[in-house]
Design a protein around this ligand. Structure first.
Ligand SMILES: NC(=O)c1ccc[n+]([C@@H]2O[C@H](COP(=O)([O-])OP(=O)(O)OC[C@H]3O[C@@H](n4cnc5c(N)ncnc54)[C@H](OP(=O)(O)O)[C@@H]3O)[C@@H](O)[C@H]2O)c1
Length: 240
């Protein structure tokens, strides 16, 4: 049940859901930081990400976690990509970049951040020791030094321009992940496939990040398989 909420009403809306007997909720942009602030208890990864995307209401307490990072890793693995194969070039420095960079660093992967607004990447790197930062204009030149390219910007999303990057510079073993999931295959994913690179489209991450919340709310763990992928894809693409 999608529930658009104005920023100023976020707290009231969440407390209302809990009071109305809901088991919990997912939270998306722009409310993940507000959700973090609202929780009575926050899981360690959410604390590291500074943001909460999964709420569980339990005995008058609000428990928060952030499943974006683990969902990202699970999707890579399901797509046959080893996240630990080598350094990762993460484009973007928003909420999703922060969650993804944190789990990659925790897995021992060297992370390079590259964002249009350089100051934002530098600020993120200051919160995640171990990340290096390069200029947005240096992304093509940096590609050969990385085993994984991750687009966490909104470029490539319906209504947004495509991400401009020269995949011809990538090593043939480089994998490409795009967390944008509308369209299901972004221009970046299509280009990576044309270059013969391994790819991880964003819908898989969306499904995997939803698993822990679903399990907590309904007491059953869904399998992320082709049937679920097709079901959610059809719903996403259905005219509203
Ligand atoms: N698949 C999933 O499960 C999943 C989960 C979370 C998010 N997402 C998707 O990931 C995307 C980012 O989410 P977010 O929460 O991180 O958003 P956010 O915090 O608003 O960050 C947006 C990022 O995109 C960059 N950007 C926007 N327009 C740009 C442009 N024209 N050129 C270059 N960079 C541009 C921003 O750069 P500046 O700092 O320069 O503005 C920033 O780094 C969204 O499309 C969201 O739907 C997917």
């Amino acid at each position: 049940m999608p529930l658009p909420v104005r920023t100023e009403d976020f707290r009231t809306a969440v407390l209302g859901l809990a009071a109305a007997g809901f088991a919990g909720a997912n939270v998306t942009i722009p409310h993940k930081e507000a959700a973090f602030a609202l929780c009575d208890e926050v899981a360690p990864l959410a604390r590291r990400a500074g943001a909460v995307n999964t709420l569980v209401f339990a005995e008058r307490r609000i428990l928060g976690s952030n499943t974006d990072g683990p969902g990202f890793l699970a999707n890579l693995r399901q797509c046959g990509i080893d996240p630990e194969a080598g350094p990762a070039l993460v484009l973007g420095a928003g909420g999703a970049a922060r969650a993804i960079a944190a789990v990659l660093l925790d897995a021992g992967v060297a992370v390079t951040l590259c964002n249009r607004t350089g100051a934002r990447a530098a600020e993120l790197a200051s919160k995640l020791p171990g990340c290096s930062v390069i200029d947005w204009s240096a992304r093509d030149a940096a590609l050969p030094d990385h085993a994984l390219l991750v687009n966490t910007t909104s470029l490539g999303m319906v209504g947004q321009p495509p991400l401009e990057i020269d995949l011809g510079r990538a090593d043939s073993g480089c994998a490409v992940a795009d967390i944008v999931y509308v369209p299901l295959e972004t221009p970046l994913i299509e280009a990576a496939q044309a270059w013969g690179l391994k790819t991880a489209p964003g819908l898989g991450m969306l499904l995997h990040q939803a698993v822990p919340g679903f399990a907590a709310w309904f007491g059953m763990t869904p399998a992320v398989d082709d049937a679920l992928y097709r079901f959610v894809a059809a719903d996403l693409l259905a005219p509203r």
